[in-house]
Design a protein around this ligand. Structure first.
Ligand code: GLU
Length: 427
């Protein structure tokens, strides 16, 4: 398959951006499903794309104009759902890809949501708290025509956090004139956030790994794990993998990585990170680069940073038996093929990191009912959903002799297409 939307009336793009990659993955699964051309056309577009350029007053009195986006890929299954990222590399194509992946992610685990995503092109690390708040409030106001508790519900993503979700919730609530906790998830718990939401993506990922290990007959206590990224997802996944018995031998952040074949002292690394702002420089390990990290000897590799990390360049040097994608889109379609041929078992992003949006769904349900659950209830329900979804995807992969990404996409696309068929085309 090539990257363009084969057989679909879609604009041809000069180069292959992340949305082309998302469509290419979609086409592969649609081929195996035998999806009809009309449905391919509908599902390979994003339904709504909003780009906003907005001014923010900086602390020194100057004004900067920032660009942001909010994209809804498909609202068939219900309100749309997906995070907001703040990163210098955010583009509309990236946000579109991430929105499409959210549609599939929600469908793989059976949530009553369509997919959306938002992003602002900014390096939030160089902003003051005041500037960050101003940017968040103005971006929220700009996208307020799209969001709402029954319309489109944002959440945290790369470089956004519960405080930013609190500002978003407050801004939206101020324009409505009353508090609307259901407009956003990943909020602080006192504002109607859910117990367990902060750790949910990493925790769900480890439930996914446990299912995968059982299927492959892998004893986690005899495994070594490598984690790329040490943020909300990677940091939690590393800690919970160690609790599950695996030896975590390497972690990294955007500045570089750490490797200790005897196993890292994760509490020590976390304390070093809190003190210095990076894992780099921690004394109890060798310094490595992010590229070196991906090809280290290990059993389980968890890419939990950004997209396009595992590519045709490095896929054949990967030694892991299982890859669990904490990040969205870390593996290119070329790499997928190489990994499949090598027999590497991939737990794809749209399944493996679905724990975050699953607990977001729990948070939304709790907000609508104004009835909070305990952390045990949250984690238990999350575990059931991850294990059940694994079983369904694994069965699909075996039945159709496809890799796990295509199997997960097939399950998701089948559901969304069914919704689309039942709803029909308006008018
Ligand atoms: N940003 C997360 C993701 O990519 C969570 C989305 C959500 O909770 O809505 O899945």
């Amino acid at each position: 398959m090539v990257s363009q939307m084969t057989g679909v009336d879609a604009p041809q793009s000069e180069h292959r951006d992340l949305f082309d990659v998302a469509v290419e993955q979609f086409e592969i699964a649609a081929d195996v499903l035998g999806l009809d051309e009309d449905m391919r056309k509908i599902l390979s577009y994003c339904q709504r794309e909003l780009t906003v350029n907005f001014p923010v007053e900086m602390d020194d009195g100057s004004v900067q104009v920032f660009t942001g986006h909010r994209v809804q890929h498909n609202g068939g299954p219900g309100p749309t759902k997906g995070g907001i990222r703040y990163h210098p590399s955010v583009t509309l194509a990236e946000v579109k890809a991430l929105a499409m992946w959210m549609t599939w992610k929600c469908a793989v685990v059976g949530l009553p949501y369509g997919g959306a995503k938002g992003g602002v092109t900014v390096n939030p690390k160089i902003l003051s708290q005041n500037e960050l708040q101003n940017l968040t409030r103005r971006y929220t106001a700009e996208i307020s025509i799209m969001i709402g508790p029954n319309k489109d519900i944002p959440a945290p993503d790369v470089n956004t956090n519960p405080q930013i979700m609190a500002w978003l919730m407050d801004t939206y609530s101020m324009t409505m004139g009353y508090s609307v906790p259901g407009v956003v998830t990943g909020k602080p718990i006192v504002l109607g956030g859910s117990e367990g939401r902060n750790e949910a993506t990493g925790r769900g990922l480890v439930y996914a790994v446990q299912s995968g290990a059982a299927a492959l007959d892998m004893d986690l206590s005899k495994t070594a794990t490598v984690v790329q990224g040490f943020g909300n997802v990677g940091g939690t996944a590393a800690r919970l993998m160690a609790e599950a018995g695996s030896k975590v031998v390497a972690v990294s952040d955007q500045h570089g990585g750490l490797y200790n074949p005897a196993g890292l002292d994760l509490a020590g690394v976390t304390a070093h990170l809190a003190r210095t702002g990076s894992v780099v420089g921690y004394a109890g390990a060798d310094a490595i680069t992010n590229d070196e990290l991906l090809v280290l000897p290990c059993d389980i590799l968890i890419p939990a940073a950004l997209e396009n990390q595992i590519t045709a360049e490095n896929a054949d040097r990967i030694t892991a038996r299982m890859i669990a994608e904490g990040a969205n889109g870390p593996t290119t379609p070329e790499a997928d093929k190489i990994l499949y041929d090598k027999g590497v078992f991939v737990l794809p992003d749209i399944f493996a990191n679905a724990g975050g949006v699953t607990v977001s769904y729990f948070e939304w349900v709790q907000a609508l009912q104004a009835f909070p659950w305990t952390e045990e209830q949250v984690n238990e329900r999350l575990k059931q959903i991850m294990h059940r979804s694994f079983d369904a995807v694994y069965e699909m992969a075996r039945k159709h002799h496809v890799h796990m990404r295509t199997a997960a996409l097939m399950r998701a696309i089948d559901r969304v297409a069914e919704v689309q068929r039942l709803r029909g085309i308006y008018p």
